[in-house]
Write a protein that binds this ligand. Structure first.
Ligand SMILES: [Zn+2]
Length: 88
């Protein structure tokens, strides 16, 4: 808590410092990488479930829109996996 000048009880006028930037500390970024990866892989799980439901529903309903969205979510999964790889 360095460089802080508290001017009001609710800290509205507190001077900004490095302590206000949570991503400033490289060690903190390293600590959060595993957790970020876990969240991204959880998002993959949810998305793959959605893809399966949309593919089945879209084919049953003969809806190109729903099948197209399943393909869109597949691209999202590729993005999640790239992000999970990037933070490792
Ligand atoms: Zn998307």
């Amino acid at each position: 808590m360095s460089n802080h000048v508290t001017l009001s009880p609710n800290n509205n006028l507190r001077k900004k410092s490095e302590d206000d930037i949570p991503w400033y500390n490289p060690e903190m970024i390293q600590d959060n990488a595993a957790e970020s990866q876990k969240k991204l892989l959880r998002a993959c799980t949810v998305s793959i479930t959605l893809i399966c439901i949309e593919l089945v529903g879209g084919i049953i309903a003969n809806s190109l829109a729903i099948v197209s969205d399943a393909v869109h979510v597949m691209i999202d999964v590729v993005g999640f996996l790239l992000a999970a790889w990037a933070v490792s």
